[in-house]
Design a protein around this ligand. Structure first.
Ligand code: NZQ
Ligand code: ZN
Length: 386
């Protein structure tokens, strides 16, 4: 097991009707900025629940945070914060609203000249941030209980991630009933995103003897695979939504990463597909992961085989067959929740790959648990997914 330091300060407030609790989590003397997206919270009644809870607070609003939140939008919110002396932020929405809120909280107190530096330095230069809480309405990203965020600069088509110990939510409300209004596509996306988060912390080599992390990761994957058919039926099954929501949170709250190697290359390659071609985050992951596992099959053999056995009950006698069947089972799982797995499914072709590979070459990123996924491997992975 690798050495690690783990602290997670986010208070989780879980269950139906729990949005009312935010009243006692935010000091009544605060001037609150409530941030939200394109209006889903008005249609499904979450906006009213939040406003009722905060009737004794002074609340201003910032709406229009887009999916894959834009840097440019975040800077507008920071202007508003400075103009109105806001001292507490409340994100109400999916991962995009929450990621934007984290970034806005950091920029509002950033002493540097250029806020984009926060993303260039992956958040290492965030010294302090405004306090904030969240009401999460889409199980997927784990943003509700982690310190990370991903921001897109529309003008340059760049999408970069940051994290900092200063950008954990103080609290997050997880009410499974908020997910009832989700379009099926977003449920599918959430299942795939959470699944891939676990895989990127579990399916690595170099720290083989971590049974606690392995069992935990496998438990999260099992819950996702078990609940997926019910979730896809759209019948507002509370227990199923609750299990999904909690599993998505655990998939990326840092716990299963303790003491193990991580490989975030599926995410890093996927972010380029979103930045350049506008695919949803989870759509990119479903395309990349099967290709990445094929290209890194030898290195990751032991864990691919373990995943096949424990999650999909695959027990081939031939090792190569075990690995291939497992990779196929993962892809089949993505199909079963309605997410496509090829670039051509989205009208992309060999030409679409070139700018992505060029970016990896320019940045000279060395990804994967052994730092051996570079531009050439990215090219190989993407070609397999045409
Ligand atoms: O904008 P509104 O009107 O709220 O609609 C949203 C949006 O159109 C809608 N939605 C959310 N909750 C809803 C709902 N519609 C009906 N009912 C509800 N209860 O869903 C659409 C997508 O929302 P978005 O927040 O963009 O989705 P998601 O939660 O999947 O977040 C994706 C973003 O998170 C980043 C991704 O890169 C992407 O930018 N990630 C953040 C991570 C983190 N902070 O740790 C990790 C992830 O790997 C991911 O990279
Ligand atoms: Zn993700």
């Amino acid at each position: 097991m690798k050495n690690f330091i783990y602290a997670n300060p986010t208070k989780i407030i879980f269950g139906k009707g729990m949005i009312a609790n935010i009243a006692s989590e935010i000091p009544v003397t605060s001037k609150v900025l409530m941030l939200y997206g394109g209006g889903s919270i008005k249609a499904n009644g979450i906006y009213d629940q939040v406003m009722n809870a905060l009737q004794n607070h002074e609340v201003l609003e910032f709406s229009g945070v887009e999916p894959n939140p834009h840097y440019e939008t975040c800077l507008k919110a920071v202007e508003m914060i400075k103009k109105h002396d806001i001292d507490f932020l409340l994100a109400v929405g999916g991962g995009s609203v929450l990621d934007a809120t984290k970034f806005i909280a950091a920029v509002a107190q950033f002493v540097g000249q250029n806020p984009w530096d926060i993303l260039v330095k992956h958040g290492n230069n965030i010294e302090t941030a405004l306090p904030f809480g969240a009401v999460i309405t889409l199980p997927a990203t784990g943003s509700e209980m982690n310190s990370g965020g991903v921001i897109t600069r529309a003008s340059t088509e760049e999408k970069l991630a940051f994290s900092s110990s200063n950008t954990f939510p103080q609290f997050s409300v997880l009410d499974p009933e908020t997910t009832y209004s989700l379009p099926r596509k977003q449920i599918s996306n959430g299942i795939v995103d959470a699944f891939v988060h676990v895989v990127e912390q579990y399916l690595t080599t170099g720290t083989e003897n971590n049974p606690l992390q392995d069992y935990m990761a496998e438990s999260i994957l099992k819950v996702l695979v078990h609940e997926a058919p019910t979730l896809m039926q759209d019948d507002h099954d509370y227990e199923s939504r609750a299990n999904f929501m909690w599993a998505a949170t655990w998939a990326l709250n840092g716990w299963i990463a303790c003491g193990v190697e991580e490989d975030w290359s599926t995410h890093m390659i996927g972010h380029e597909l979103t930045a350049l071609y506008g695919l949803d985050h989870a759509q990119t992951l479903a395309i990349i992961l099967p290709g990445l596992l094929q290209v890194m099959k030898t290195q990751k053999a032991k864990k691919i085989s373990q995943l096949g056995k424990t999650i999909f009950n695959i027990h081939e006698t031939n090792e190569d067959a075990q690995l291939d069947s497992t990779i196929q089972a993962i892809e089949q799982f993505f199909h079963s929740v309605g997410v496509k797995t090829y670039l051509s499914d989205y009208g992309l072709n060999a030409e679409s790959i070139t700018p992505i590979v060029d970016r990896f070459r320019e940045r000279d990123w060395k990804l994967g648990e052994r730092g051996n996924i570079m531009a050439d491997q990215v090219n190989e992975i993407l070609k397999l997914r045409l």
